[in-house]
Ligand binder design. Structure first.
Ligand code: ZN
Length: 115
């Protein structure tokens, strides 16, 4: 069984989510840069290729933001429910199984529950 302290688990989730957010911002920057340097005033094949590339980058940006938001909101929801129902200890437990839902064990009273 894998043991991971909740605070480390939460920190890891936040790192991953912000990595998605930074990737999203970089894609958005690339999107704007292509519009600025290639522009949409071209015609023919270059315009079609530019629009296809912008479409793909736009979809990628949306997907990256979606991944950021899902992981971030999941981590925050888990943090808000991180109180042991047996002893009221907040955030001081081990993550036994790191899948969804999270299986946790309190460090103080060994109570196990599902977040
Ligand atoms: Zn407890």
């Amino acid at each position: 069984m894998q043991k991971l302290r909740f605070i480390r688990w939460h920190e890891k989730q936040l790192y991953y989510s912000f990595a998605w957010l930074i990737s999203c911002l970089l894609c958005g920057f690339l999107f704007v840069t292509i519009i600025e340097f290639v522009g949409l005033n071209t015609s023919g094949t270059i315009l079609i290729i530019t629009l296809i590339v912008l479409y793909v980058i736009g979809l990628g940006t949306i997907e990256l933001f979606r991944r950021f938001w899902l992981r971030f909101s999941y981590a925050q929801n888990c943090a808000s429910a991180a109180t042991c129902k047996n002893c009221g200890n907040y955030g001081l437990f081990n993550v036994i199984i790191e899948t969804r839902p999270i299986y946790a064990r309190c460090n103080k009273c060994d109570h196990q529950w599902v977040i």
